[in-house]
Design a protein around this ligand. Sequence first.
Ligand code: TZP
Ligand code: MG
Length: 225
Amino acid sequence: MSKQIDYSLYLVTGRELLPPGKDYYESLEESLQGGVTIVQIREKVTETREFVEIAAKSKAICDKYNVPLIINDRVDVALAVNASGVHVGQTDMPVDVVKRLLPIGSIVGVSCNNLDHVKVAVNDGVDYIGIGSVWSTKTKSLTSPLVGVRGVGVLLDALEGTGIKAVAIGGIKSTNLLRTLYGAVSQIGHILDGVAVVSDIVASQNPQNAAANLSAIIHKFKAQK
Ligand code: TZP
Ligand code: MG
């Protein structure tokens, strides 16, 4: 049975981007109140013990809102906190190994920025792909060219008939979201299942409003499609 996950507004955390004085857990909870539908904990330099603690506390908050929690890169951390799944990049643990280690029914997502990545992801039977970076971003130093909205549409074509979901990531803000969604439509009319956002939510003084703005745009778009 396929997992019923709402990818509409996918928050990827970035504690280093919080406004001065803003508490991470408070920000997370506010963003959930604003309509975030799935959360990924992304910690690049945090020691394992602290990572587990952050993931466990974040899981408890996400559970209150019935929102799945995904862990970036770290299968061990996901297992430790009973997370819903893991997101890996192209140089992280291979998807088949991730799947073997996680409980049956876990969500596995992979980052893709070209057609070859998507073909492998399809073959690996991932649950979703993250396509990006769509726009330029200061949140991550990019190692591959921008995909652009039309590029996203091309990659969506390759998912046709697979049931694999797709979110776009990178530089997505309320100001370019509608352009992103309308631009990223495949030739055969496949649309994004959602968008993944870091700074437009996390760096906001009011993450609830930021998430609600994004959420309203996504739902309006989906309702028209
Ligand atoms: N992967 C591709 S771009 C990116 C990640 C994790 C960062 C996106 O951050 P922002 O702040 O939403 O541009
Ligand atoms: Mg990674």
